[in-house]
Design a protein around this ligand. Sequence first.
Ligand SMILES: Cc1cc2nc3c(=O)[nH]c(=O)nc-3n(C[C@H](O)[C@H](O)[C@H](O)COP(=O)(O)O)c2cc1C
Length: 175
Amino acid sequence: MPRPWLTGGAAEIAVHARTREQGYRPPADWTWLARVREAVSVPVVANGDVVDLQSYREIRRVSGCEQVMIGRGLVACPDLALVIQRSCSGEAAAAMGWESLHPWLVDFYAQVRERVVDRHVPGRLKQWLAMLAGVYPQARILFDQIRRQTCADQVAELLEQGSAAQLLAAPSSTC
Ligand SMILES: Cc1cc2nc3c(=O)[nH]c(=O)nc-3n(C[C@H](O)[C@H](O)[C@H](O)COP(=O)(O)O)c2cc1C
């Protein structure tokens, strides 16, 4: 039976299907999303462990939710939402290639440099590359190249070279 007071007047709620103790430990239990959906009278946005088209379809099926929120999956595969949208409308769907993603990394790095003191800048890029590496082999190569670098200028140089032939020749992405 719906219990409206549970949502405290919210128009909709996003639910990450894990407890605080579970942290990010996989797997998220999506059956809880269906239980929450039945217990409240506002739309529930399903969240937790959506990393590709298959997991998107599966969370929709198990939860019965119409809307999905994606966190880390979008950091690792920045156009995943577009891939999903295209696939849902019957269009061909493939993640962007490294050559399209690379300028975004360069722009990200420039923006971080505007906001963060130099010694913390390389770490921000490493964090993102580490997450991209599961999808883009080129991100792993670049990560390994800058792993020990602490100088923001040197990392910028290596990043600029990140669209080089060696990286473009790596196998394509898989999200
Ligand atoms: C870059 C990033 C920033 C996040 N910021 C917040 C936040 O400000 N507040 C919050 O409650 N959760 C935040 N989260 C957690 C997500 O909302 C989400 O619940 C969690 O990552 C699980 O979903 P996922 O498996 O799709 O990553 C963040 C997650 C990521 C990846």
